[in-house]
Design a protein around this ligand. Sequence first.
Ligand code: TXE
Length: 482
Amino acid sequence: MTVQHSPERTTAPTPSDGEVHAAVARARDAALWWGALDFTDRKGWLLEFRSRIARTSASLIDTVREETGKPKDDALLEVMLAVEHLTWAAKNARRVLRERSVHPGLVSINHAASVRYQPMGVVGVIGPWNYPVYTPMGSLAYAMAAGNAVVFKPSELTPRTGTWLADAWASLAAPHQVLQTVTGDGRVGEALCRSGVDKLAFTGSTATAKKVMAVCAETLTPIVVEGGGKDALLVDATADLEAAATFAAFGAMGNAGQTCAGVERIYVVEEVADRFVDILTSRVRDLRVGDADDAQYGRMTLPKQVDIVRDQVEDALARGGRAVVGGLESVRAPYVDPIVLLDVPEDSSAVAEETFGPTVVVNRVRDLDEGIERANASKYGLGASVFTASKAAAERAADRLRVGVVTVNSVLGFAAVGALPFGGVGDSGFGRIHGADGLREFSRVKSVTKQRFAAPLGLVTMTRKRRDVAVARLLLTKVYGR
Ligand code: TXE
């Protein structure tokens, strides 16, 4: 079967600003019910939601395929990862977010102290098109498990996938609309930012993240941003080169390179570089690209992305880089065949800017430390991979890489691990989705102290005794000054 993929023809309603606000108002009602449930009840609903998605996933997979052009197996994998996260969030919210006591410390020994993580209310989620189920689920699942209602604006390229998710929730017949979708483009996203949501989770480009942040700043609406990356893969001289090249091929070319934490740069130690490039070449040269069922990756989902890829390849070649697989002729919109570029100047756009296509740059380095240094020179800082047989080198790289996620001897290792927080630094964004940090990201932290007995020292009073101040002075100098 050849898929009828045409984002231009994917039509969905574009709600007015008033309609977006009305959705948020409905969400606020839903949040009252949902937030008041205990963790066990919410877990029940979310696991039911999970089962519903899994049982009826065939139509979701078809929708993802139609809207993005990715192969069916990739769509299936994406849905599987999404329900894995939904499951983790549902099952771990109580453990992570239930009230916990903390030691009050010496000065406040007469108090019981505790921390509560309360729902924020309504979370707005603005999603991308490259993984239209998995990526937003990283916010939806964790926000809902933390007791919030969600209004989700999927990318304008994947509105039906977004609507499918809200319909799946609605089919559970929950008494309130805990998950709703509003479709439309950036204007609708902007309306969502202005709608009074209590938190905004954004995934997309850094440039749009800045616009979202500026609008959210008007109302001090907190945001979490996943803004893409320029992830490096480092190959040490001790690495298993077969494994490194095989994973690199997947990390760079999988999903047509349209993966925020995909491999875009490879730094390989000089002495093994030729051998590594030979193996990588053999892994990517004959990949099947297209819309056929057996394609290994599909077309570029965002039409304008083709021009970005072409411009970057052109720049790399003009500045002395060499194409060892493909070249400018590989860009044949709406497809891009695999491109491997060698020895590309570090300040060219192919190395410095996000490509988001099935291309990868391989540059040689003296040693792993130089690889780390070059990896860290990027304005982005989402993820990185390192291939080495040395445990010490792996540890050093994991410590020193300026990124949010590190994978050793594989790629994208974090993706299916619900317990691992995900997010970046620099232009890749801030805040975390997934894991305990992801649950807390969508919670309001409240600190509570309860006085259990009168303080031995009367310091919180307008009528302090000289004796109590003298004891405080003694504490300051003798205990803290030790
Ligand atoms: O992103 P945008 P696009 C990168 C990738 C790609 C580039 C552009 O490099 O080339 O981003 O892709 C909504 N207020 N990534 O154009 O514009 C928009 O409707 C509020 C990285 O798709 O960032 C969509 O839902 N919302 C990436 C979402 O923002 C606005 C995933 C993302 O759109 C808005 C995808 C506005 N003013 C692309 N303008 C990743 N981080 O994984 C747009 N939107």
